[in-house]
Design a protein around this ligand. Sequence first.
Ligand SMILES: Cc1ncc(COP(=O)(O)O)c(C=O)c1O
Length: 441
Amino acid sequence: MANHPRPAASAEHFWMPFTANRQFKASPRLLESAEGMYYTDTDGRQVIDGTAGLWCCNAGHGRREITEAVSRQIARMDFAPTFQMGHPLPFELAERLAEIAPAGLNRVFFTNSGSESADTALKVALAYQRAIGQGSRTRLIGRELAYHGVGFGGISVGGMGNNRKAFGSSLLPGVDHLPHTLDLTRNAFTRGLPEHGVELADELERLVILHGAENIAAVIVEPMSGSAGVILPPQGYLQRLREITRKHGILLIFDEVITGFGRVGEAFAAQRWGVTPDILTCAKGLTNGAVPMGAVFVSEQIHEAFMQGPEGAIEFFHGYTYSGHPVACAAALATQEIYQRENLFQKAIELEPYWQDALFSLQDLPNVTDIRTVGLVAGIQFAPHADGAGKRGYEVFRRCFEDGLLARASGDTIALSPALIVEREHIDAMIERLADAIRKS
Ligand SMILES: Cc1ncc(COP(=O)(O)O)c(C=O)c1O
């Protein structure tokens, strides 16, 4: 049984993020400890973690090396500023990350989250265009159904209506959106990347005609959208975006907050799919989720454009108190060590066929309208319940949890993204519980 009783504390004070607070508090789901592929909840039940926390614990839970590195660092130096000061760890970490980053993306700016990484990337893009004498390039292009966190920049280029509509006209001006690439009519139940939809990238040419290339700074996309329910890039789509952006002098930003660190195989999706952006964001798996941290990679050429003017001038008026925080750096260094030593990015590729077969065994269950998988990610989409959109997805999620599986619901899609240490037996157990929940929902 649990070591601690269910907290007697009132549930009133914690305003929970992205949560139906009243529904949750009437019937809470509380996790208490974690080890390997499992959480234990406050009732002492074991729950298989089908989502690597929230897409972040790619090396599994309770990694001793990370715990020890963090403990050692906090005892040695809890904090040090990085504004006009420094300490060795972010330099070491940036060098290490540059080794695994897509070719040429070897300058690294540290943040504390995916949202901060997205906003930082957009600011770098705007400031870069100005630095190279292209100051009229102020327009940003995002995509429908995209998630780039919750900062004003991120929700402006983002494309999930619920995340935007309460904030009215306070979003960034001068933003446009590409169409999303989810197309069940043509692509439902495709194994791997969808065959149809490369032409959706050509919509960028339309936006270029509409706004003028000389007014567009950057295009930002998730190579694979996670939060909107695992939406995969059609074959050739990312290559096409790269060609069009390059042709028009528009920067291409990949938001790899979810796809970074082995989720789809290779360190980054950019490498898996052979397309190198100009700017790349990450967070989550950077520290295995143990300490908040994000990062933005830029090419040497972009960085160089900032390193002009008097040497004593600050080149980029941007940064966070905790950029390159020593404890986060210690967690990230220990995490990267584990990824490398255990060859975890390869695991997603090796297990991909087994994972895919296991997921596609759900194909004929009631109300399943699509299954999308790549690397160690899956989205299982359901026909909406007669009572409304999102009800069935929530119901499947709730039943899974009751039966000892943590999945993630996004509308009527269930997303799975287990840690890269997952074994076949965990996959089998996950599928069995999910199948049962689908049958009952
Ligand atoms: C692609 C992408 N960008 C940005 C974010 C925001 O990250 P955070 O919640 O750390 O701010 C997320 C979070 O899921 C994400 O998936």
